[in-house]
Write a protein that binds this ligand. Sequence first.
Ligand SMILES: Nc1ncnc2c1ncn2[C@@H]1O[C@H](COP(=O)(O)OP(=O)(O)OP(=O)(O)O)[C@@H](O)[C@H]1O
Ligand SMILES: [Mg+2]
Length: 237
Amino acid sequence: MVQKPILEAHELCAQYGETPILQGADFSLQAGEIVSIIGRNGVGKTTLMKCLIGLLRATSGSIVFRGVDITRTSANDRAKMGIGYIPQGRGLFPRLTVSENLMVGELIGGKNGAKLYDLVYNFFPVLAERKSQVAGTMSGGQQQMLAIGRALVGSPNLILLDEPSEGIQPSIVQEIAANMREVSKQLGIAIVLVEQNINMIRLLAQRCYVMNKGRIIKEITVAELEDPEVVRRHLSV
Ligand SMILES: Nc1ncnc2c1ncn2[C@@H]1O[C@H](COP(=O)(O)OP(=O)(O)OP(=O)(O)O)[C@@H](O)[C@H]1O
Ligand SMILES: [Mg+2]
């Protein structure tokens, strides 16, 4: 059976001012699939994510989501169509409580996410325990779980997850990876995982694209990351 990809980026180009950053990035993933985009610092991973969610305009190329060209669709509408975005650094409202941050996610997704709150609290019990805690006072790992929860209440089919392991201790990285795998499996959510943390990639990704100088230069298997030479070449570790 030939599957239709949930997301396709075709020769995507984008720039800040006059400086080209994305220079023909090309990749796709299937519904429910978890694919990692790896690459050293500054190669354009976050820029690609911003372009996919619509915070940065593509100067050329196209983005197709579930068969619909969304290259010129607003970020707001992309979110309503089912794309969740968890930015690098998490982008929480530090002075809002856990439950208030989740409400923002529900508004962004534009759907009635009431039953999804229970689901988020089930996947991340620590959030249920801390519903009225102000987000900025929680640990890095708890904040990352909240950022994920906030995307989930928007009821996405696809999540763009940018360096979730950043600033998080290894045991929590493992916990978050396991939770995300379960989320993806149970809800059929596809994930584009931008990562440099080898453990997170190992635990979560099903395959990897390597990014360099604003392009996807090749695809590798997760098993290939067992080779220290491959890791040295493609990650800033
Ligand atoms: N808002 C911006 N304005 C101008 N240049 C930017 C902006 N954001 C990023 N850049 C530049 O674009 C290039 C790609 O940055 P980007 O953040 O996409 O890289 P990255 O692969 O996500 O890096 P990291 O692994 O450090 O997160 C870098 O040279 C960066 O300095
Ligand atoms: Mg980045």
